[in-house]
Design a protein around this ligand. Structure first.
Ligand code: ADP
Ligand code: 5GP
Length: 203
């Protein structure tokens, strides 16, 4: 049962970002598996599905015309072009979720995280970092879902993304999937600094 709104810590939007191959999808899948009550936004993308990806579960797979329509209708909280495809967060489900006082999690890339910050100063930005650059390269290659040229493109972007870690509120190191998932869930349900100040709670 959802408690009455006044019993709640105000709902907070949390953004998980980090370089391609760091393990964002893996950590979010672990969160979904062990904490099914955590709500994760399903993005729209013009990218083709990878084997095993299900429309409406992993992404809403759309064509360029449909993506243009979503932008024109102001149906996306944020969107970005990444490695040749477009990705965006449908606005309505996130608004509905926050409106009932429940936290929402977005797993998006850096440009989108910056757009969320610009629109919602209270959003919590979490950066998922690799234990080392070598480990990131090995994870991206090990996933085997992209040809070498695409991996190179993603690694070039990843270097710039790592440089932006300082813009985030919290850095979680993905050394171990279960540990990183626990840390992320703790952050999702932590009271926001604004709430602690206004309620007089100690920080
Ligand atoms: P992203 O969504 O950030 O692009 P993925 O979740 O697809 O990354 O993970 C990339 C690869 O790294 C996958 O093969 C995944 O199994 C592996 N991986 C993820 N987290 C860890 C971890 N903590 N330790 C070792 N391998 C990991
Ligand atoms: P992938 O193709 O590996 O699934 O995702 C590529 C990148 O797009 C990842 O960094 C992922 O976090 C990001 N991404 C997924 N959905 C969205 C979204 O809705 N908006 C933005 N800005 N990035 C997204």
């Amino acid at each position: 049962m959802v408690p009455a709104a006044e019993e709640h810590t105000p709902a907070r939007l949390t953004v998980l970002s980090g370089p391609s191959g760091v393990g964002k999808g893996t950590v979010v899948a672990e969160v979904r598996r062990r904490y099914p009550e955590v709500w994760v936004s399903v993005s729209a993308t013009t990218r083709r599905p990878r084997p095993g990806e299900v429309d409406g579960v992993h992404y809403h797979f759309v064509d360029d015309v449909e993506f243009d329509r979503l932008i024109a209708e102001d149906g996306l909280i944020e969107w970005a072009e990444y490695a040749g495809n477009r990705y965006g967060t449908p606005a309505a489900p996130v608004r509905d979720r926050l409106a009932i006082g429940a936290p929402a999690l977005l797993e998006i890339e850096l440009q989108g995280a910056r757009q969320v910050r610009a629109r919602d100063a209270g959003a919590q930005l979490v950066f998922l970092a690799p234990p080392s650059w070598a480990e990131l390269v090995s994870r991206l290659a090990g996933r085997g879902s992209e040809p070498p040229a695409v991996q190179e493109r993603r690694l070039a972007i990843a270097q710039a993304e790592l440089d932006a870690a300082g813009e985030f509120d919290v850095v979680v190191v993905n050394d171990d999937v279960a540990r990183a998932a626990d840390e992320l869930v703790g952050l999702l349900t932590a009271p926001s600094p604004g709430f602690l100040r206004s309620s007089g709670a100690s920080e």
